[in-house]
Design a protein around this ligand. Structure first.
Ligand code: UDX
Length: 432
């Protein structure tokens, strides 16, 4: 099939490459000429394991362009994968989606299904369809379908090729048939429902996972006070299939492009309809507090952090991505800097992005050892494999004062017993 994709961020580019892999002819549209040129050379503008390889294998069916008119004109299916960033009041900003709808309306010359992958408030597909039909420059039949994405950064390709489910929100048999044909090459359970339910599945799923994380984080904080171990507690809970063992890792809170935004957006909608989702509100509040746990711990080790050298391991919101959106490091580091700490940071892929926020205030290190040398404290914000592979002896021998505050429970507590390192993690006994 001839498919166009609007937007080449995580969602758009991964979707485009996977659809090309399924045998479709895909044109990816982006406004950024430089980015388009990079992709034409087979280079992915985002760090995503496996993406470049899949791109290279399917280049003959992939076109990258800024010329949206040529891409949309005769496409059988057009995917919208542009961002819906959070507005100041927490609601979703739909201006990029609306802009794409207007461009499609102005250029489309054949019947087409327009698929919304971007996360949009419930009811948006209906409004977008109306907008599109009203503005059509040519007499063609168009219909909107909702097909939310559930890909996680770092495993986006795998998540798309082997998704737990494909959710399709359609309002006609025809739209369902077209969408089934698009995904014919994938053997995944399909939930076919109406558009509003599909839109809600996306928010309800992400917000439930965020809630699960905030819940386990609150339990972890209590475990610390009561002498229980959160990892044993989570294992004991997770073996119950009604609870499940996923997303029960306690830590310094969730970040990223989805959970923070989608919790706030659904909370905003619920308030708008005077039906506040109190559970989601609690998940947001708990997460905001949880992000500060390490800096609070850090302050408890010294009367003042003025002039103290603080090694920071990991800047991104999770491993295997260079994305910093809502990363706990972005909340903690400014506070540490205000406290007068000297930061030496290491991250395998996030440094260039971090430099945009802090070009000079931080010393960026190429190796973990360099960051740890002579440090008075070490804060772990991201569970990169290189961090998890460290031995207590590395901290002990390099740091001036070996105090490790682990926001991601990277090591078994027992590993630090008798090591000469103070090891303080989340929801577990402290090793002194
Ligand atoms: C998420 C959803 O998983 C995905 O389905 C959705 O469509 C987009 O949002 P992503 O943001 O890429 O994906 O990452 P994810 O792996 O879900 O992690 C989000 C945040 O939660 C990270 O900061 C991670 O560290 C944190 N997290 C995750 C925990 O703190 N504990 C856990 O047990 C799991």
């Amino acid at each position: 099939m001839k498919i166009a994709i609007a937007g080449t961020g995580y969602v758009g580019l991964v979707t485009g490459v996977v659809l090309a892999h399924l045998g479709h002819n895909v044109t990816c549209v982006d406004v950024d000429e430089k980015k388009v040129e990079t992709m034409r050379q087979g280079i992915s503008p985002i760090y995503e394991p496996g993406l470049e390889e899949l791109m290279a294998a399917n280049m003959e069916r992939l076109t990258f362009t800024t010329d949206y008119a040529s891409a949309y004109r005769d496409a059988e299916v057009i995917y919208i994968g542009v961002g819906t960033p959070e507005k100041r009041d927490g609601s979703a900003n739909l201006s990029y989606v609306n802009q794409v709808i207007d461009q499609i309306a102005a250029t489309l010359e054949r019947d087409c299904i327009v698929v919304v992958k971007s996360t949009v408030p419930i009811g948006t597909n209906d409004k977008l369809e109306q907008r599109l039909r009203e503005k059509l420059a040519h007499p063609v039949a168009v219909e909107l379908a909702s097909n939310p994405e559930f890909l996680s950064q770092g495993t986006a390709v795998k998540d798309t090729l082997h998704a737990a489910r494909i959710v399709l929100g359609v309002e006609s048999q025809h739209a369902e048939e077209v969408m089934r044909a698009v995904y014919a090459g994938l053997d995944q359970p399909m939930v076919v429902t109406n558009r509003r339910s599909a839109e809600m599945i996306k928010y309800a799923s992400n917000d439930f996972l965020a809630l699960k994380i905030s819940y386990i984080n609150e339990i972890a904080n209590l475990c610390e006070l009561l002498g229980a171990d959160i990892q044993d507690v989570a294992r004991g809970m997770g073996l119950d299939p009604r609870i499940g063992n996923k997303f029960l890792n306690a830590g310094i809170g969730y970040g990223g492009s989805c959970f923070p935004k989608d919790t706030k957006a659904l909370h905003w909608v619920s308030n708008y309809y005077d039906r506040e989702l109190k559970t989601i509100k609690a998940a947001i509040e708990v997460n905001d507090q949880q992000k500060l746990v390490l800096v609070k711990k850090a302050r408890s080790y010294y009367d003042s952090l003025e002039g103290k050298k603080v090694a920071v391991l990991g800047l991104t919101f999770k491993p295997e991505t260079d994305d910093l959106r809502e990363a706990p490091s972005l909340v903690n580091i400014p506070i540490l800097l205000d406290d007068g700490a000297e930061i030496s940071a290491w991250d395998p892929v996030g440094v260039n992005n971090y430099k945009r926020f802090y070009p000079d205030e931080i010393t960026y290190c190429d190796t973990i050892e360099e960051a740890l040398r002579d440090a008075d404290l070490c804060l772990i914000f991201t569970e990169w494999a290189d961090v998890k592979a460290l031995e207590p002896e590395t901290f002990r021998s390099l740091m001036k004062n070996p105090i490790v505050l682990d926001g991601r429970n990277c090591f078994p507590v027992s590993k630090f017993a008798g090591s000469g390192v103070v090891y303080d993690s989340i929801g577990r006994a402290k090793v002194e």
